[in-house]
Design a binder for this molecule. Structure first.
Ligand code: ARG
Length: 448
């Protein structure tokens, strides 16, 4: 047989075998699990208004379609989740949490007693509490190496119950800076990172380059910088710049080259501006931002993630859990200003994403911040968007979470009153679905 004919026949044979194999695979693939979610009032976060009587069709982990109830024919015997009396929203996203941390352990002596095991146990509990509060995604911006990466993977495997986690490593901090939190004698190590002493303590651009590359090697999603001093650290001042512009520029260049975003803890006026100029993707806290900083963030599209609930807890409960007077004193000077400056940033048109610093206050109370976001200038719809569509944009997941739209993960929550009229209702989320799986349901009246 001529060679060309042989080749042709061989090709035909290959094609036929693959068609048969594909048909076989099709037969063996289990039918998708389809659930119809009846949403009485839907805030899908693609606009500022509610849609009435909508059916969300969920197929396995994803949303298949979102349509007016009249347009969907629900087959007899189909699985239905009846939220027709509820207000349905996308799962909430908190862009600033520390799942390893406990808000009832604020005495600096805890630093010396700390072990990775305690952090791990706390993380398991805190992850579940966070999900049950309606937060289906979080960005963990600071923990020991590499707690958040392992937690993220364990949750994705289905081994631990929790939100989707966008993980950082330990924050990059200067020696004696906000991430080098101890004020102990030289003989006492930085006990926060016992496994790798001083892991993320960096001085000079070359050390920053190394730390960023190392964290990426260990599979972080995001790089966290300590641009200025802080409230909870010992012996520094929130207003003081710590990492230099050159150090932050190096971090941003290295991180962006590897497709990672950069979040900068920055309370102080100059530190905020240098971080923005260096190209960070978000300013965390932003407490002492001035008009120029606001203008710079607006122009560059840098997100502000301002933890404006935190002050209530630090001035209310933290003392009882061992937070020293010096830290409380720092908070007294900062908390009110931060809220006022948040309002100015909102007016100035800065992009806002929701982030609370959970861990400083108890996990699960994340939604208490909505009240302040509305009090200080956002409409309820804007506040919800800060915690859904905007947050998804900041964490680089807007193709998969943040709105209720076909193709996205079925991360869906529900509450029993209209959050556009009373934002505080988000403090009591009654239904939580993540990736098509129901984790909490206090609402269903009809479930077939
Ligand atoms: N982790 C932050 C710090 O120690 C918490 C700041 C809390 N205070 C506030 N007003 N947001 O600096």
């Amino acid at each position: 047989m001529p060679l060309s004919r042989f080749v042709f026949l061989a090709l035909v044979l290959c094609f036929m075998t693959s068609v048969v194999a594909a048909q076989q695979a099709e037969k063996e693939k289990p039918a998708p699990h389809v659930v119809y979610v009846k949403a009485g009032h839907l805030f899908d976060a693609t606009s500022d208004v509610l849609r009435e009587n909508v059916v969300i069709t969920v197929e396995d982990e994803r949303i298949k379609s979102v349509a007016a109830a009249g347009e969907v024919k629900i087959p007899a015997g189909a699985e239905v989740i009846d939220l027709s009396k509820a207000w349905v929203l996308p799962g909430l996203i908190d862009c600033h949490v520390h799942l390893e941390a406990r808000a009832d352990k604020l005495d600096p002596i805890e630093d010396v007693r700390w072990t990775p095991f305690k952090g791990g146990f706390a993380g398991v509990v805190n992850a579940k509490t966070t999900l049950m509060a309606g937060f289906t995604s979080v960005r963990d911006v600071g923990s020991s190496p590499f707690f958040a990466v392992d937690l993220r993977d364990s949750i994705n495997e289905g081994f631990i119950v929790g939100p989707r986690v966008v993980a950082s490593g330990p924050p990059l901090s200067i020696t004696g800076g906000h991430g080098d939190m101890n004020s102990f004698a030289p003989a006492v190590s930085n006990s926060m990172y016992p496994a790798e002493k001083d892991f993320a303590i960096v001085d000079g651009p070359e050390e920053v380059r190394h730390a960023v590359r190392e964290q990426i090697k260990y599979r972080v999603d995001v790089i966290k910088l300590m641009a200025t001093g802080g409230v909870m650290s010992q012996g520094d001042q929130p207003g003081a710049e710590q990492l230099t512009y050159e150090e932050m520029k190096m971090a941003v260049d290295e991180a962006h080259r590897a497709n990672r975003k950069v979040a900068a803890h920055a309370h102080g006026t100059q530190g905020i501006k240098d971080a923005v100029r260096a190209g960070v993707d978000s300013i965390e806290h932003g407490s002492l931002i001035d008009d120029e900083g606001i203008q710079m963030m607006k122009e560059r599209g840098t997100y502000l993630v301002a933890d404006i609930y935190n002050d209530d807890y630090i001035l209310g409960m933290a003392q009882q859990f061992g937070l020293p007077e010096a830290n409380i004193e720092k908070e007294r000077k900062l908390g009110k200003l931060q809220r006022e400056n948040f309002a100015r940033a909102v007016k100035g048109g800065v992009k806002i994403a929701f982030g609370t610093d959970a861990g400083v206050y108890p996990h699960g109370d994340n939604a208490k911040q909505f009240h302040y976001m509305v009090k200080y200038g956002l409409t309820p719809a804007q506040a919800i968007k800060a915690a859904t569509v905007n947050a998804a944009d900041l964490i680089d997941r807007k193709d998969i979470v943040g709105t209720i739209e076909a193709g996205k993960y079925a991360d869906i929550i529900a509450v029993t009153a209209n959050p556009l009229e009373r934002i505080e209702v988000l403090e009591h989320v009654a239904f939580v679905m993540k990736g098509g799986k129901v984790y909490k349901d206090e609402l269903t009246v009809e479930k077939k």
